[in-house]
Design a protein around this ligand. Structure first.
Ligand SMILES: [Zn+2]
Length: 164
């Protein structure tokens, strides 16, 4: 009971500090957790050179094609967290959404922040990973009401919105 009160208080403080609407969920152990509804502009990306700013050098090896790391070897498909990207990988501004943050994106499903992106700055931007460029293009650019779970939420809460 005491634990739930602490979580409620933290949720209210987080809602006041960060804005957005707070919704409450039960975690898999029937504990109380919460999510914040945040209006976020989403784009999508894949491992390709266009989406991830890389090209093949003269020797046919992938190198970074833009920015300050231009010309450096590029590990294609590996995220900023070192994990291999997969559907459900989200790129975010990790000053606002630390690595590991669970976010529900209507139309995409649940994702976890595992990556960063040059254009992905601020609280209202997310990039959604797809395996293919065609899928990423199909997503395009969409404004969604995402549900952002607090850092440390270990798994999708029981009564959270269904993946779509
Ligand atoms: Zn692509």
């Amino acid at each position: 009971m005491h634990g739930k009160f602490v979580i409620l208080t933290m949720a209210l403080l987080a809602a006041l500090a960060l804005g957005g609407c707070t919704v409450f969920f039960l975690d898999p152990d029937d504990g109380l957790t919460y999510g914040r509804i945040v209006r976020i502009e989403t784009t999508a990306y894949c491992p390709c050179g266009l989406c991830c700013s890389w090209k093949l050098d003269k020797r046919g090896r992938p190198v970074v094609s833009a920015g300050r790391d231009r010309g450096k070897p590029k590990a294609v498909g590996i995220t900023a967290s070192g994990k291999r990207a997969h559907p459900g990988t989200l790129a975010a501004d990790t000053r606002y959404y630390p690595m590991g943050t669970l976010i529900y994106v209507p139309g995409y499903g649940y994702g976890v922040v595992e990556d960063r992106g040059g254009d992905i700055k601020g609280r209202r931007r997310l990039d959604l990973f797809y395996n293919t460029h065609a899928e990423a293009r199909r997503w395009g650019r969409r404004k969604v009401e995402a549900v952002v779970f607090p850092p440390g939420t270990p798994a999708v809460p029981k009564n959270a919105p269904p993946p779509r």
